[in-house]
Design a protein around this ligand. Structure first.
Ligand SMILES: Cc1ncc(COP(=O)(O)O)c(C=O)c1O
Length: 399
């Protein structure tokens, strides 16, 4: 018998992962993956970037780089973040191997076994797994259509015996809920957390994927509001604005936190890939990201609207959702007692797959919700697949 450490002994393949292996049949319609569509990647732009690299740049790309990131990318990314109003001059930027590594490093930096941390419910599964691996005691706060339930958060903060080590949030186009926090929720959060010595981890993987210019006011990041008396660890990613295969993300954090995180990163992988950092740097520096983002925003908006219209027309009474204003996901609340794993099994039989709700419950219990991704299917596939999802829901609800 192999004796694993206590921190990994409780890690298990999820039921959902096992179910998904059934969903590998050809022609399956996939509303499950949270990844960009292969057909939308900027292939020509990346080809042109590589062809134009000098011999010296190619040597740098193939070599180890500094732990904090290639200086060229730190510079161009600082410009990109400065344009979003982020305080790059008073905080430190660390390039990471995907933003999941940034979240993992922050978990490592703050969590001792048994420490309480706060997250939203539902919550990004990657973050839940990272925090679990450090044996956190995860306390969750419900998410409302306007963002985290600040009343519930206030009550929890007042009643917890030990102060939580941090609060982890995804305020812009939440995964899985699609929620865009209302600006008032962001302001209330700042008020609630001020001077409590509870750092906030602000996960901003999706904010570039907005569908409506008029939402910009709500999209302003908490970090760029520069609140006094609150440490914000801001994380972001190239995964949704260029490609997840680059495995590049970042954290922008106060200097004291940065120094620990840099040491942690050094012990994990020494540096993120120089090769993809060079490509990402040129993508930003050349401005190629601007037309690319416009193109993908328009396409994801088209897909989101197609899915929203079908769901509005076909979902049975009692099923509710908020139309997404950006990002990749629609989150459906089923009527009381419905079990989304049963619905998923029926859907797989019909040739369509999504992710069941309990995957995103930090406590792995609540299963009366489902996540549909519209990012990875054409409008034609959405038109074909949504009636099958709805049929599966109706069968389960015996309607
Ligand atoms: C909310 C959220 N944060 C972070 C990530 C991690 O992305 P990556 O590690 O590819 O940067 C994802 C990926 O889907 C996500 O949905």
């Amino acid at each position: 018998m192999v004796h694993f450490s206590t921190s990994v002994a409780s890690l298990r393949s999820s039921e959902i992962r096992d179910l998904m292996s059934l969903a590998n049949k050809p022609n399956m319609i996939l509303f499950s993956g949270g990844m960009p569509d292969n057909d939308l990647f900027p292939l020509q732009e990346v080809d042109a970037i590589y062809r134009r690299l000098t011999a010296r740049e190619k040597q740098i790309a193939l070599q180890y780089g500094p732990t904090p990131g290639l200086p060229q990318l730190l510079d161009s990314l600082s410009g990109f973040l400065r344009d979003k109003g982020l305080p790059v001059d008073t905080n430190k930027l660390l390039i990471t191997t995907g933003s999941l590594q940034a979240i993992n490093i922050l978990g490592h930096a703050f969590i001792d076994p048994g420490d309480t941390i706060l997250v939203e419910n539902p919550c990004f599964i990657g973050a839940i797994s990272a925090f679990r691996s450090y044996q956190a005691n995860i306390v969750s706060i419900p998410l409302t259509p306007a963002g985290i339930d600040t009343e519930a958060l206030g009550r929890t903060l007042d009643t917890l015996e030990a102060a939580p080590k941090f609060l982890y949030l995804t305020p812009n186009f939440h995964n899985p809920a699609g929620t865009l926090y209302h600006r008032d929720t962001k302001l209330r959060l700042i008020e609630l957390l001020r001077d409590r010595n509870i750092p906030l981890i602000e996960d901003d993987a999706y904010s570039e994927l907005y569908f409506h210019d008029e939402d910009r006011e709500h999209l302003q990041t908490l970090k760029s509001m520069n609140p006094e008396g609150l440490d914000i660890c801001y994380t972001g990613s190239f995964s949704k604005i260029l490609g997840p295969g680059l495995r590049l993300g970042w954290m922008l954090v106060p200097d004291e936190i940065y120094r620990k995180c840099e040491l942690i990163k050094q012990s994990i992988d020494a540096c993120s890939p120089s090769f993809t950092q060079m490509i990402a740097h040129k993508f930003l520096e050349s401005g190629a990201y601007l037309p690319y983002l416009n193109r993908i925003r328009a396409e994801y908006k088209r897909r989101a609207e197609a899915m929203t219209q079908l769901l509005n027309a076909q979902l049975p009474e009692g099923c509710t959702f908020t139309a997404p204003r950006g990002g990749f996901y629609i989150w459906i609340q089923l009527p009381g007692g419905a079990d989304s794993t049963n619905i998923l099994k029926r859907a797989i039989d019909k040739g369509v797959v999504f992710v069941s709700g309990k995957t995103f419950d930090p406590h792995g219990m609540r299963n009366d919700r489902i996540r549909l991704s519209f990012c990875n299917s054409s409008v034609e596939k959405i038109n074909e697949g949504i009636p099958l999802v709805v049929e599966s829901i109706r069968e389960e609800l015996m309607l």
